[in-house]
Write a protein that binds this ligand. Structure first.
Ligand code: SAH
Ligand code: DHB
Ligand code: MG
Length: 222
């Protein structure tokens, strides 16, 4: 089935997205620098971009930059004058991302902050930084529960919080899973579900990245 999923992703990408020099350049740059090929797929990236555009988001926070491929999609959805801050642990990844974002003409819209994401988040909370309209969580999976707790201090009613890789080949529904990543994702989803300030869903996806999924939460006024 994976072959079919990938073929359909290619079909949809050719039809609905087409070839995009900045995005192709970013993936080539990631590959040349030896970064793992784990960026969001083109249809997933465009979904995030369209959600941001529909929401007219002005401020975006990304946790887990890698080489900036998803950051390009996110930043492209911003209203004019908007801003993306993306958090990355590895300085090498951050350098590749900064180059890719600059090549995409997005240097002035984006900022890559290097360091452990939890520390960067705590610093932003301490600074009293303006809340974010859209948050994409895609760094180390074990960190997701802590990232959610911190992100809740950086959002406002109406903000959207999306998390990648929440299905994990279906393992997520196995409460007895011995995989610490699965258990962390389960804690994340349970935290989202039990937080009365959030209204949430999650969807399973197949495609060139296999069988996985995304969760979506909107901050309500409650
Ligand atoms: N969002 C990217 C993919 C991110 S891959 C895209 O779709 O294009 C996950 C990234 O999270 C990696 O670059 C990894 O270095 C980073 N990461 C891992 N642990 C982290 C941490 N504690 N803080 C910040 N980033 C982290
Ligand atoms: C993998 C995929 C991801 O989207 C990610 O953020 C991290 C790892 C993976 O396939 O290993
Ligand atoms: Mg991911």
């Amino acid at each position: 089935m994976e072959k079919t999923w990938t073929a359909v992703d290619h079909y949809l990408t050719d039809l609905l997205i087409g070839s995009d020099p900045a995005l192709v350049n970013a993936l080539v740059g990631c590959d040349a620098a030896g970064l793992p090929a784990i960026a969001v797929s083109p249809p997933q990236g465009k979904l995030l971009s369209l959600m941001i555009r529909a929401q007219r988001a002005r401020r975006i926070l990304e946790i887990g930059t890698l080489g900036g491929y998803s950051a390009i999609w996110l930043a492209r959805g911003l209203v004019p004058g908007g801003r993306l801050i993306t958090l990355e642990l590895d300085p090498k990844h951050a350098a590749v991302a900064s180059a890719n974002l600059a090549h995409a003409g997005l240097a002035g819209w984006t900022e890559v902050r290097v360091g452990p994401a939890a520390e960067s988040l705590r610093q932003m909370i301490a600074e009293g930084i303006e809340p974010f309209d859209f948050v994409f969580i895609d760094a180390d999976k074990v960190g997701y529960p802590e990232y959610l707790e911190l992100v809740m201090k950086l959002v406002r009613p109406g903000s959207m919080i999306v998390a990648d890789n929440v299905i994990r080949d279906g393992e997520v529904s196995n409460a007895a899973s011995a995989d610490p990543l699965v258990q962390a994702i389960r804690r994340y989803l349970h935290a989202v579900a039990s937080d009365r300030r959030l209204e949430s869903t999650a969807i399973q996806t197949v495609g060139s990245k296999g069988y996985d999924g995304l969760s979506f939460a909107v901050v309500t006024s409650g």
